[in-house]
Design a protein around this ligand. Structure first.
Ligand code: HEC
Ligand code: HEC
Ligand code: HEC
Ligand code: HEC
Ligand code: HEC
Ligand code: HEC
Length: 477
């Protein structure tokens, strides 16, 4: 048995190397979620990278294999590079410095906010971009369907507190149905039985007794149901489509606070059609380029401190770099090469997510409110009589837009500030006094004004409802 120990040793060493191999392999293996990676890539990297083709940085399809083949580096290097490429270059890392030189010494942003798992997710996506994108889109679709179902359920229930009322209503209905079923059952038994046993007779009597006894209760139950149904229908009409607070993520992180607040750009510089018609419209990228041909980086003092407080970014400078990245995204969309100062001709229109959207059967005109109604609405803001006035808490120098959209100059991401329901429109029309001195109204409503003055005396307040602001046909086609 001399061979035995040798055999054991061999087995042991094979196992050892196998383990070492598996260990080193798994060290370098990247396991991530491609769908999450797609999302992270879209928000963090598309300013400078594409999957296919060079943008500001190199294309990222198959980058894991590429850095292995070209630079002999792996997962650990990629993590260090993405987290802080400058620090990596500073260590004298040969490959990092090589690609920096090769790309014209263009600085890549640092991403200290990305976790190891985030980076693995992104790298998984770049290894198989199609799979990642498909998985992301499928998950998104499923989520949207879920949200739509939840919203439909909320609307039909009238939302919040009234959902409880509906449940109670259904409970009452169920009790009544069960009771009717019992009664029918007894009646059927009665007619079917050729001869009533004394037991049946007793039961039948007690049921008819029950019915007379609980007749009032039954009627009250029915009345309650009818009232619930009517109240539900009315609430439904007044409150449908409530989306207050809706704040979707936009394809470019455009801050109203930076533009309309810090920079003080007039709302109508960008939303220029409000004065002239139904819609305010979203500015085209050409309008952005009036300024951004020269404003290429974010250098302002203002930044969102909460992004640092919540750990999204490490410092004020990182937040500002993020803003600069968003300006780069805009260049990419319009096909502008900021280094060469010319258009490349490759455009990808920015698809802003629409926030406010009235149903087709509603007629709303910005002109009516922003021009004819401006003075009246500004006075109502100052008097604190606009709907939701307390919560909106508008400043003294408010613009007319704020009455409905809130103080947009303090919103980084725009959100819906009011309910935008029929009940909301009507509330404001009931309480807002019309400005009879403006040219349009003094001509248009002269006769009506005289009549109202005669009827109620000089100095009566004429609110929008008095000039027809509650007529169905004014707001509905
Ligand atoms: C502000 C522009 C910018 C942003 C944003 C950016 N990069 Fe880069 N990236 C570059 C540039 C430029 C290079 C080329 C190296 C250099 O010049 O420093 C590069 C290189 C790389 C490389 C090395 C590629 C190779 O072929 O060796 C990887 C990997 C990389 N970036 C990943 C990312 C990821 C992941 C993100 C998003 C989290 C990202 N980058 C965001 C500009 C950017
Ligand atoms: C520099 C251009 C610019 C200025 C100035 C500006 N906006 Fe905007 N606004 C935009 C862009 C771009 C969007 C679309 C992206 C978004 O929703 O954030 C937008 C969206 C909106 C929306 C939502 C539109 C929707 O989808 O329903 C409202 C409301 C709005 N702006 C109101 C205002 C008000 C009020 C002011 C003035 C206090 C103002 N904006 C100033 C560019 C501007
Ligand atoms: C009386 C309330 C009211 C006032 C005042 C008002 N808006 Fe609006 N705004 C609305 C409503 C309602 C919508 C939704 C319209 C729709 O979906 O048809 C809207 C939609 C918008 C949109 C989305 C695009 C569009 O036109 O549908 C923008 C942008 C906008 N408003 C900007 C402004 C700006 C800028 C001002 C000030 C100059 C302003 N609004 C004043 C009620 C108002
Ligand atoms: C009237 C000039 C002007 C117009 C028009 C304008 N911007 Fe800006 N934008 C600026 C200035 C100024 C800054 C801040 C630069 C600074 O402080 O260093 C800025 C900053 C930004 C930033 C970084 C801060 C942030 O908001 O996230 C982005 C992104 C941006 N603009 C996108 C846009 C887009 C998109 C449009 C068109 C819808 C647009 N801008 C229109 C002047 C303008
Ligand atoms: C902040 C208050 C306010 C809100 C909210 C408001 N309105 Fe008005 N509305 C007015 C004022 C003030 C006038 C009168 C303008 C004038 O002097 O012609 C007016 C007038 C109108 C008129 C013309 C009435 C007529 O008899 O000629 C229509 C139509 C109208 N609003 C529709 C709407 C719709 C639809 C909504 C909701 C989406 C709405 N308004 C929300 C203040 C408001
Ligand atoms: C001041 C403007 C205004 C007036 C006046 C008005 N409505 Fe509306 N109505 C609206 C708006 C805005 C909506 C859409 C609300 C939404 O989408 O959240 C609406 C929605 C509706 C709906 C649909 C509710 C649903 O379930 O989708 C009905 C039905 C309706 N109105 C009936 C009427 C009738 C009947 C009158 C006359 C008594 C009337 N409206 C007067 C503004 C008005």
């Amino acid at each position: 048995m001399k061979a035995r120990p040798l055999y054991k040793l061999r087995l042991l060493s094979t196992a050892f190397f196998l383990a070492l191999f598996i260990f080193s392999y798994s060290q370098d293996e990247i396991t991530g979620d491609g769908a999450k990676g797609y999302d992270l890539f879209q928000t963090n990297c598309t300013a400078c990278h594409q999957i296919d083709g060079k943008l500001i940085g190199p294309e990222l399809r198959g980058v894991v294999t590429r850095v292995k083949e070209d630079g002999g580096v792996g997962k650990e290097w990629l993590h260090s590079w993405i987290k802080d490429n400058k620090a990596l270059r500073a260590t004298g890392d040969a490959y990092a410095n090589k690609i920096f030189e090769e790309n014209g010494r263009q600085e890549m942003l640092a991403f200290p906010n990305l976790s190891d798992q985030d980076i693995d997710d992104i790298l998984t996506y770049t290894t198989n971009p199609e799979a990642g994108q498909t998985a992301f889109e499928e998950a998104k679709k499923a989520k949207e369907a879920e949200a739509a179902a939840a919203k439909a359920a909320k609307n039909s229930g009238g939302g919040g507190a009234s959902t409880g009322v509906v449940i109670v209503g259904f409970f009452v209905l169920a009790v009544i149905l069960v009771w009717i079923l019992f009664r029918l059952n007894a009646l059927v038994k009665l007619t079917q039985a050729e001869e009533l046993t004394s037991e049946d007779e007793a039961a039948a009597v007690s049921f008819s007794e029950l019915m007379t006894k609980y007749d009032k209760l039954f009627k009250a139950g029915m009345a309650l149901l009818v009232i619930l149904a009517l109240a539900g229908a009315w609430n439904f009409m007044l409150g449908i489509g409530v989306d207050k607070g809706y704040e979707p993520a936009q394809p470019i992180y455009f801050s109203h606070q930076v533009h309309a607040g810090v920079q003080g750009i007039d709302c109508q510089y960008c939303h220029s059609s409000a004065k002239y018609g139904k819609v305010s419209g979203i500015p085209s990228t050409n309008v952005c380029m009036n300024c951004h041909k020269t404003v290429k980086e974010y250098k302002g003092d203002y930044y969102e401190e909460h992004l640092v407080d919540n750990g999204m970014y490490a410092s004020a400078d990182e937040v500002k770099k993020f803003y600069t990245g968003e300006i780069q995204k805009m260049y990419q969309a319009i096909g502008w090469d900021p280094a060469a100062n010319n258009f490349t001709g490759e455009q990808k229109p920015i698809e802003w997510v629409r926030i406010h959207n009235m149903p087709d059967f509603v007629y709303f005109s910005h002109q009516q409110h922003v021009v004819a109604g401006e003075k009246a609405i500004l006075k109502a803001i100052a008097d604190g009589t606009i709907p939701n006035s307390k919560e909106l808490n508008l400043p003294d120098n408010s613009q007319v837009c704020f009455a409905c959209h809130g103080d947009v100059t303090k919103m980084d991401e725009l959100k819906m500030a009011n309910q935008f329901t029929m009940g909301w429109c009507i509330e404001c029309h009931r309480t807002t006094e019309v400005d009879m001195s403006n040219e349009y109204n003094s001509q248009y409503y002269a006769e009506l004004h005289e009549k109202l003055k005669k009827q109620y005396g000089e100095g009566t307040k004429i609110t929008v409802d008095a000039i027809g602001g509650l007529e169905c046909g004014k707001c509905h086609y």
